[in-house]
Design a protein around this ligand. Structure first.
Ligand code: LLP
Length: 387
């Protein structure tokens, strides 16, 4: 399922660059693979909308029966508008506003993943005003290292996320006083772009330990949510366009001790939508520097911020030229007035010239959703390749 170069070159004639290209055939193949693997173990997958909230993408994902993992009131509304069921919608985030909590209460979502004692008290108060019972899960900080970039590590005590072990007793006291709250589950999320899967084994062992505490305190939990974070192969997207969902879920089957009738939930973002997106951009200028040659393209950190923000690697290809004679090196940079506006240093490309079309690969997750209008640029359009 390689990039269809002719299709892209044809689209470039119709749409101004830069634009995002979403390969819907790859998206559906990925969703099929994920669903089949999850069904095997009877696991429930929620799609993390933050990775890509394009409505065609969302309605495709919801048509598979996946739930939604939302981090804002607007994401809850968008999920529902695009076919996700409120019964399968979770609302996470350390800083939920009263207005957003009310959206969750009004739409009767499956669960609020709570991150602090004060948040539980506020949800209780707002639910009481509406005469409703809010279902909550406690987001626990498991203190497990995901071995990923520090900006996308979330499960360490030094991170702002979740409730720590030493707060459990106080939480129980709080819950006793909160008549409009029903505790139904536990939630964990250790980070994103995790490729060292042993981190998930450590997470399972920690979840077992923490569950034990709740069992000893006679608290029945209907579900455990182990978050997302499963990484994709940014280096060889054509070799591994779809992640090994089967192997991923097998870790939980092997190491996580679920209680009878307990459901296991996941919140996957990148692994579902990462590889299906490309940022298509045009070379504006070639500039020969003293140490390196620059290929200046018409996309910048405004369209795809990941390289500037996390020093993230994205494979870059000149699709106007054959890849067989890629023997020149270029720093591929954008037009923004920041030195970090660089998609890749010493990128091996065929001899590249003004007007060539370049694909920045694996930009389906945290690409367009993180685009901004710095320098008064436009948010890029999306073109869909249906296959
Ligand atoms: N659940 C929670 C609670 C999360 O915070 C996240 C992502 C996910 C699920 C989905 O994680 P995924 O499966 O997509 O790794 N902008 C960064 C990634 C930030 C991830 C934030 N949380 C990037 O471009 O790498």
């Amino acid at each position: 399922m390689e990039l269809n170069r002719d299709y892209i070159l044809q689209k470039v004639e119709q749409y101004p660059t830069p634009f995002y290209l979403y390969r819907m055939d790859l998206l559906t193949a990925t969703l099929d693979a994920c669903k089949n693997a999850a069904d095997k173990y009877n696991y429930k997958v929620h799609y993390a909308l933050k990775a890509n909230s394009d409505s065609h993408v969302l309605s495709t994902i919801s048509s598979y029966g996946f739930g939604a993992d939302c981090v804002s009131g607007q994401e809850i509304l968008t999920a529902i508008e695009n076919g996700f069921s409120p019964n399968h919608t979770a609302f996470a985030g350390v800083g939920k506003t009263d207005e957003e909590i009310n959206i969750g209460l009004d739409t009767e979502i499956f669960t609020f993943n709570c991150e602090s004692i004060q948040e539980i008290e506020v949800i209780n108060e707002l639910a009481e005003k509406k005469g409703k019972i809010a279902r909550i899960a406690l987001r626990i900080n498991p203190n497990v290292n995901a071995n990923t970039h520090k900006y996308i590590t979330t499960g360490l005590e030094e991170n702002k996320f979740g409730i720590n072990r030493w707060e459990f007793e106080t939480i129980l006291k709080t819950l006793e006083q909160c008549q409009n709250i029903k505790l139904t589950g536990l939630h964990f999320h250790i980070g994103s772009q995790i490729v060292d899967l042993s981190a998930y084994r450590s997470l399972c062992l920690r979840v077992n330990e923490i569950q034990q505490w709740f069992i000893e305190h006679r608290i029945l939990l209907e579900h455990i949510n182990v978050g997302g974070g499963l990484g994709i192969d940014y280096y060889q997207p054509d070799l591994n366009p779809i992640v090994d969902f089967e192997g991923f879920f097998a870790i939980f089957n092997d190491f996580l001790e679920l209680q009878p009738h307990q459901e296991l939930h996941f919140e996957l973002g990148r692994a579902l939508v990462g590889t299906m997106g490309e940022l298509i951009t045009k070379v504006l200028y070639i500039k020969n520097g003293q140490r390196t040659n620059f290929a200046i393209v018409d996309a910048g950190m405004t369209e795809l911020i990941r390289p500037a923000l996390y020093q993230a690697y994205h494979k870059i290809e000149n699709i106007s030229k054959s890849t067989h004679n890629a023997d020149e090196f270029y720093d591929v940079v954008g037009p923004i007035c920041e030195s970090s506006d660089c998609f890749g240093k010493r990128v091996k490309l065929p001899q590249t010239e003004r007007g060539d079309i370049v694909a920045i690969r694996c930009a389906g997750a945290y690409g367009q959703v993180m685009a901004n209008q710095y320098n008064l640029r436009k948010i890029p359009e999306v073109v869909y390749y249906e296959g």
